[in-house]
Design a protein around this ligand. Structure first.
Ligand code: BJW
Ligand code: ZN
Length: 248
């Protein structure tokens, strides 16, 4: 099937949006691009850091080999994120919470900008850069409680080494997160896929599940992606420009 590709919202989609009860939104790095967060693929100045591609530095192997380097990388990125604000794309999605009987927001992003825009109960598939967790006792700590210097931060509870509470390549997703998202994908009637290249699994399977369960699937992205052909409609453009149009 070839999806309809438009710069504006079709009448059919406006009607479906007006009638929808159960809506699922899957977001990726592109929804935060207009806030100034670099994407992973297709540009962005953190794609390579100190000569290492992100899938090397953000990998389970690197945690095992060089935890201080992983902390240095994440400290650098927290520094970039600290001054950034949600954009109209995040805000539009947050506004949809009161518009539908059930809105499920599933994000691959670790930046916390959806929550900063007012979204609640966000399913974070890949963790959150503002949290750390203990290797030993598994306790989670907020980054603002931690002292960052050249050493690996340690747990207040047991003194064990901490790591960023994010999901790196080759690691399992947080217990229950994918299952909760997949269950909502099975029952949603409208599914938005916003700002993701849809190449990282299992996140990319969520719209596939929704489509398989007969949901109407809409992509919002300036570029075609691995998922475009599966979608019912592709809205070609920036999330911060397209998503607010639904409220006009
Ligand atoms: C705009 C825009 C604007 C620009 N508006 N849009 C099945 C097949 C093959 C491999 C696998 C498979 N299942 C699992 C795997 C392995 C692997 C995987 O998927 N690999 C593929 C890449 C081949 N998956 C995993 O390892 C996952 N774990 C797992 O499956 O556990 C089970 C297991 C364990 C062990 C062995 C086997 C299985 C974990 C994946 C964790 C991903 N982690 C990262 C890093 C997080 C930490 C960090 O930030 O450093 O998460 S990778 C990176 O990619 C990050 C993102 O969340 C993720 C997705 O990227 P995203 O969001 O799509 O961003 P981009 O940059 O790719 O795309 C941006 C898009 O925005 C573009 O399309 C732009 O056009 C668009 N855009 N401006 C709207 N204004
Ligand atoms: Zn601990």
């Amino acid at each position: 099937m070839t999806p309809t590709e438009t710069l504006s919202i079709s009448e059919e989609l406006r009607e479906r949006f007006a009638q929808a009860n159960n809506v699922l939104v899957l977001t990726g790095a592109g929804v935060s691009a207009e806030s100034g967060v670099p994407t992973f693929r297709g540009g962005g100045n953190t794609t390579v850091w100190k000569g290492m591609p992100f899938d090397v530095i953000s990998s389970a192997g690197m945690i095992a080999r060089d935890l201080p380097a992983v902390w240095e990388w994440f400290n650098y990125r927290r520094g970039l994120l600290a001054v950034l604000k949600p954009n109209p794309g995040h805000e539009a999605i947050a506004g949809w919470q009161t518009r539908f009987r059930d809105l499920t927001l599933v994000t691959q992003n670790i930046d916390g900008l959806h929550q900063a825009a007012g979204s609640h109960n966000v399913i974070e598939l890949h963790g959150n850069i503002w949290r750390a967790r203990c290797f030993e006792c598994k306790a989670r700590h907020h980054a603002r409680e931690l002292k960052f210097d050249n050493n690996v931060p340690v747990c207040f509870d047991c003194g064990g080494n901490l790591r960023p509470d994010v999901v790196l390549f080759g690691e399992m997703l947080p217990a229950g997160a994918f299952e909760a998202a997949a269950a909502k994908a099975h029952t949603c009637d409208l599914c938005f896929v916003v700002g993701t290249s849809a190449v990282v699994y299992p996140a990319a399977s969520i719209p596939e599940i929704a489509r398989g369960a007969s949901a109407y699937v809409v992509e919002v992205n300036p570029e075609r992606t691995a998922l475009s052909d599966l979608c019912d409609e592709v809205l070609t453009g920036k999330a911060g420009e397209i998503l607010p149009l639904f409220d006009q």
